[in-house]
Write a protein that binds this ligand. Structure first.
Ligand SMILES: *Cc1c(COP(=O)(O)O)cnc(C)c1O
Length: 434
């Protein structure tokens, strides 16, 4: 059923005689988004005590509210305080708490921004913020600092700055469109933007990060898919956090995208009292793969301001990974990552599987607790690599790419770089030598 009784009821309260055609019109949904406490109470029938209301108003002044009628319709009114959709979309007075360890921009996205709209953190790919708005304001947004601030879609001239940066930076082979939600742009703007980026020779893939399939699945129209299909290879990542979000409408949107030929991924955020449970996560990943979406990342909740009530210890994420590895299909398992505060990028975290090691044997444990050994080869001819592929017996003809450049731990492992250690700039022992 695409139009539930509850949805019909909400639609009728918003506008008399609402039709299913209106409900499924994404622009109708957007123009009737719930942005005030009163409207929320009126449409859900949920009421708050006056005292709580006052605090909630203060919260919503600081971090505004915006919920699509569709997403609102998923809230279970009778148990709303424990409802995962309610918690992700409706303000909590705890958002007013700011801890010393929290920052407005914990990932230093603005420090790593060479031009407006671009975050260039990794060598070969960039994040391109192409929209400042979303159809639903996630309460756990990592860019909470920006939510509702500058509610607009950037002009072509503004977007051109990012496009120019990508054009002038040949090492960028992967462009990740994010925001805000890129699908808040009009179809014609999306068409224009993708066409500009795809014309850049060194860009090999484009990715889009969107929460539309979760919060406004009607945005995934046939027209939109038709436009996107012109720009393959195009990867699409979405953001389901709880199995309750995988509704028939969401499934329909995902099917359109999967049928369009786009590889689909999902990025979940680990959130206290929403999905911090191995059984919920397992159910979520199973539903995702049934809908042709591959779980990509499970994020540890960032140290953004006002998110303390959402954060779990890292042990919770490791426990969840422990419950997935081996217990379910490999492709149903996301990579659990911590986005390094200060902008170091995503760091994968796993339970430990290597127990011990000698020169010819590794001792490992599996998901069942069985301890096993792997015999390493007696004779393995170490290949000296001077990164001169022409003279190697492996067949890799690298014509254009300069592979001589290595950074970080890869550099320490290389045969030709003389670096023996990476030393922090302010290391006292080394400073004494000077
Ligand atoms: C997450 C992120 C990317 C993409 O990282 P992948 O691990 O390739 O998915 C790129 N740039 C920035 C700034 C990011 O935060």
């Amino acid at each position: 059923m695409i139009f539930t009784k509850k949805q019909q009821l909400i639609a009728n309260q918003i506008e008399n005689e609402s039709q299913i055609s209106k409900w499924k019109d994404w622009k109708w949904q957007l123009s009737h988004s719930i942005r005030t406490l009163d409207k929320f109470e009126q449409l859900t029938g949920i009421t708050f005590e006056e005292e709580e209301k006052e605090q909630l108003r203060e919260t919503l002044d600081k971090f505004p509210l915006s919920i699509t009628p569709y997403y609102l319709s998923l809230i279970d009114k009778t148990h709303f305080r424990n409802d995962p959709v309610f918690k992700q979309s409706f303000g909590s007075v705890e958002e007013l708490i700011t801890l010393k360890s929290e920052h407005a921009d914990p990932l230093s996205e603005e420090k790593d921004s060479p031009v407006e709209g671009i975050t260039h953190r990794y060598p070969d790919r960039v994040l391109f913020h192409v929209s400042n708005i979303c159809s639903m304001y996630c309460r756990h947004c990592t860019r909470k600092r920006k939510v509702g601030d500058i509610d607009y879609v950037p002009s072509k001239a503004q977007l051109m700055k990012g496009i120019e940066y990508i054009r002038n930076t040949p090492q960028v082979r992967d462009v990740l469109l994010s925001g805000g939600d890129p699908f808040m742009l009009s179809d014609s703007k999306i068409d224009w933007l993708l066409s500009e980026i795809s014309q850049i020779k060194h860009v090999e893939v484009i990715r889009i990060g969107t929460r539309m399939p979760v919060v406004l699945p009607y945005r995934i129209t046939d027209d939109l898919v038709k436009i996107l299909k012109k720009y393959q290879p195009l990867w699409i990542n979405t953001h389901f956090n709880h199995p309750n979000e995988i509704t028939s409408s969401a499934k329909e949107a995902l099917a359109k995208l999967a049928d369009g030929g786009f590889p689909l991924g999902n990025q979940s955020v680990l959130l206290a009292d929403v999905n911090d449970c191995p059984r919920i996560m397992k159910s979520l990943v199973h539903k995702l793969v049934q809908n042709r979406v591959r779980p990509y990342y499970l994020y540890q909740c960032d140290l953004s301001e006002g998110l303390s009530h959402f954060r779990t210890p890292i042990g919770k994420g490791i426990e969840i990974m422990e419950s997935l590895v081996g217990h379910t299909s490999g492709f149903a398992r996301p990579t659990y990552v911590i986005d390094a505060p200060g902008g170091g990028g995503k760091i994968p975290v796993m339970p430990n599987y290597i127990i011990s090691w000698s020169t010819n044997k590794v001792v490992l444990r599996n998901y069942e607790g069985v301890i096993t050994t792997y015999q390493e080869p007696d004779a393995y001819e170490q290949k000296f690599c001077d990164r001169d592929c022409e003279n190697c017996n492996l067949d890799l003809k690298l014509n254009e790419i300069d592979e001589s450049y290595a950074i970080g731990i890869e550099k320490l492992l290389s045969d030709t770089n003389d670096t023996i250690s990476l030393i922090p700039e302010d290391n006292e022992r080394i400073l004494r030598r000077e």
